[in-house]
Design a protein around this ligand. Structure first.
Ligand code: SF4
Length: 297
């Protein structure tokens, strides 16, 4: 199999075949992200993708999902994605769905008809790194899109019937805007109606532009208690149907997961209980940097 540089996937894609279709990330400019800094962006040749599928098929018809890597696999054109789906189904006939990381801009480069056709070809549950429901935070984090563009992308996906997952970064607006950020995130997520919400705290990773901004005093990091409080405030405001709430990443201070709206009360209780288990000095400290990659898109 071809893998260039670091390869990331969400925790819930552990059983999926990781199929490289690009190296690096086509955006590669998010303020908090250092994952692909040293990897030039490249589109994998179709021959290389086919070789990998042939190699994977030698192990038998073992998987029902393929997760395309790397950073924002959905940046590929409609035509290339259709070609990849045809190869996946040819060599791995048991595969039911194909996902990967996607950015809002990746979605906006496809028409509603193209998204509908990609859904028919098995594309589903792309992991979209929305990160924040506040325009100034999106701009500060250099995500490359506005909230109104995100709304357009969600409307297009929903109209095309393509289910999707959303990533939200807690405490990305800093310690003085915990409730404001939680409320704005819940509002846009409620409107978007995703299949799964992946919540994880902001990391200030070594080498990321954010590390420099923190050192210069331009950005104030949250303390452990803020992360948990924001997650609770966010969760309380969610009004979604049949949606997985996933907060089981290694960087989540209290790990919870469940189905909304059914498990909402239990999840809030578990987060509150988890908060109570930390001592005051732990809650008031900036958590150590995670060694695991942030979940992206
Ligand atoms: S967070 Fe995602 S879109 Fe942003 S630079 Fe990193 S991989 Fe690319």
């Amino acid at each position: 199999m071809h893998y260039t540089g670091p390869t990331y996937r969400p925790p819930y894609e552990a059983e999926s075949l990781l199929l490289q279709v690009t190296a690096g990330c086509s955006h590669n400019k998010c303020t908090f992200c250092s994952m692909y800094q040293d990897v030039p962006f490249e589109v994998s040749p179709i021959e290389e993708i086919e070789e990998d599928l042939i190699q994977a098929a030698r192990y038998g018809d073992f998987c029902d999902r393929v997760f395309l890597v790397n950073g924002d696999a959905f940046c590929l054109s409609f035509e290339r994605l259709a070609e990849i789906a045809e190869l996946v189904h040819r060599y791995l006939p048991r595969v039911e769905s194909i996902g990967g990381y996607a950015s809002i801009n990746n979605v906006l480069t496809k028409s509603e008809d193209e998204l509908r056709e990609l859904t028919r070809l098995g594309y589903a549950d792309f992991n979209i790194g929305l990160e924040s429901g506040l325009d100034d935070v999106l701009a500060y984090m250099n995500k490359g899109y506005t909230l109104s563009q995100a709304r357009e992308a969600f409307a297009r996906l929903n109209a095309a019937g393509m289910p999707f997952n959303l990533n939200i970064i807690t405490a990305a607006a800093g310690p003085n805007r915990i409730v404001e950020h939680a409320a704005a995130n819940a509002a846009i997520v409620n409107e978007a109606s995703p299949t799964l919400i992946f919540v994880s705290p902001l990391h200030v990773d070594p080498g990321a532009r954010l590390e420099q901004l923190v050192a210069e005093g331009d950005f104030e990091e949250c303390v452990l208690g803020d992360y948990i409080t924001e997650e609770i405030e966010f969760l309380k405001r969610l009004d979604v149907q049949d949606c997985v709430f996933f907060g089981l990443h290694v960087s989540n201070p209290v790990r919870v997961a469940g189905l909304l709206p059914r498990d909402k009360e239990r999840l809030v209780q578990e987060l509150e209980l988890g908060y109570g288990r930390f001592s005051d000095w732990q809650l008031e400290k900036v958590p150590p940097k995670g060694s695991e990659g942030r979940m992206i898109g």
